[in-house]
Ligand binder design. Structure first.
Ligand SMILES: Nc1nc2c(ncn2[C@@H]2O[C@H](COP(=O)(O)OP(=O)(O)OP(=O)(O)O)[C@@H](O)[C@H]2O)c(=O)[nH]1
Ligand SMILES: [Mg+2]
Length: 378
């Protein structure tokens, strides 16, 4: 949808002009006809621009259908896990690991489960939630779900697209929030995570029960030590570390800058109703909530959240300075402590979503031998 409203006519390296949005091709003009005869009136039919737009719309529809299919499959799988999980009628508890992109969620889930999930220092390394089984110190088996990372100012369309993957989070029995304590704008990351969780419908109880993990404690930069970083978290301040994370955020904004270099298309016939143009014009892509970047963890600090953020929501955020574990997913530090905390939390947690079934409540079916007998008689 982003591309659909930014199509410009480009001359590619081969010299042919086409419509597109990127590359170092030269911008020729905003409009152009790809087919339909010569002269002033080039005949009936689609312009090349309309054709490209239609292709994008068709691709969008096909992707939406695929997302629906993914949602359906996941719902069926989740129901199966809940009903049949460990033993009959006893679903395995699920723990969803959430957090800002690049916080180290996949590395943590891999370390907890001795598996090898894909992790990388790039945005959205994980786009598909993966479940891994983990044994807690009490001997209880749980399913830990690695999820797609959150990001600030995610346009509404993308939130919708990620819904299929985020449903695992809503349904989980317990949430573990991984924070990259070396991130320069840590509290912004933290509040973004809360906003997304709130937006996808995670209950207040689950938010209050959430465990916070301060990851990457091994990280050291010249002159900076982890203790200073932790002090920052405790004070509700952003860490003063710099480096790859800054690059990440600038990577996000650079797309918009590049776009301005192109001549925007003036298309009166164009359909912007479902495009990104709408969200681009709206300053706050989150709608009513606004992007609250001022999460404070101490009472004496004034909240900088926009006025329409309810006190209740702010309270929800403040609650989260509660239970936390310091880890280095990379070095395997703090994992045992985290598992113990998960164990403790799950003991208190109500057995959510477990469908209690009476063993006699099954559909009666004739025994197989009888069935065979009937078949023979007929
Ligand atoms: N120094 C250090 N680096 C870590 C630690 N945990 C993860 N990383 C690195 O951080 C980067 C991101 O890790 P991922 O596990 O892919 O992060 P993620 O949260 O799953 O990221 P997305 O899937 O993109 O949301 C990788 O380069 C990891 O090696 C840690 O404890 N210490
Ligand atoms: Mg990941």
């Amino acid at each position: 949808m982003y591309k659909k409203t930014r199509l410009v006519r480009l001359r590619g390296k081969s010299g042919r002009s086409t419509f597109g949005t990127d590359g170092d091709a030269e911008v020729v003009s905003a409009r152009g006809r790809g087919s339909g005869g010569r002269g002033f009136i080039s005949g009936a039919g689609e312009t090349e621009l309309q054709l490209q737009r239609r292709r994008i719309s068709e691709r969008r529809s096909s992707l939406l259908l695929q997302i629906q299919e993914v949602r359906r499959t996941r719902a069926v799988q989740r129901a199966g896990r809940k009903n049949r999980g460990g033993s009959y009628g006893q679903g395995l508890p699920t723990v969803a690991v959430v957090g800002y992109t690049n916080a180290g969620k996949s590395t943590l889930v891999s370390a907890l489960s001795n598996s090898d999930l894909y992790s990388d220092s790039r945005l959205f390394a994980t786009v598909d939630p993966k479940l891994r089984s983990v044994f807690l110190p009490s001997g209880k088996k749980v399913l830990v779900s690695d999820t797609v990372g959150f990001i600030s100012d995610l346009p509404v369309q993308l939130v919708e697209a990620f819904h299929a993957t985020l449903e695992e989070v809503v349904e989980a029995d317990l949430l573990v929030h991984v924070l990259d304590c070396t991130a320069p704008n840590l509290n912004e990351h933290r509040s973004t995570v809360f906003q997304v969780l709130d937006q996808i419908g995670v209950s207040k109880e689950k938010l209050e029960n959430m465990i916070e993990v301060w990851n990457k404690i091994d990280y050291q930069e010249e002159g900076m030590h982890f203790d200073e970083c932790v002090d920052d978290i405790e004070d509700g301040e952003a860490s003063s570390f710099s480096g790859e994370k800054d690059d990440m955020d600038s990577e996000l904004s650079s797309g918009a800058e590049n776009d301005e270099a192109f001549e925007a298309i003036d298309d009166q016939d164009g359909d912007y109703s479902d495009g990104w143009l709408a969200s681009e014009d709206v300053e706050d892509p989150w709608g009513e909530g606004g992007s609250c970047t001022g999460l404070k963890t101490t009472d004496d600090q004034q909240s900088e959240c926009p006025k329409d953020w309810t006190t209740e929501k702010q309270l929800q955020l403040q609650v989260q300075s509660g239970p936390h574990v310091r880890t280095s997913a990379l070095m395997g530090v703090g994992l045992q402590e985290l598992l113990e905390l998960i164990d403790e939390k799950l003991k208190d947690a109500p057995k959510a979503n477990v469908v209690e079934r009476d063993p006699f409540d099954r559909k009666w079916r004739p025994p197989r031998t009888e069935e065979a007998g009937v078949a023979v008689e007929q």
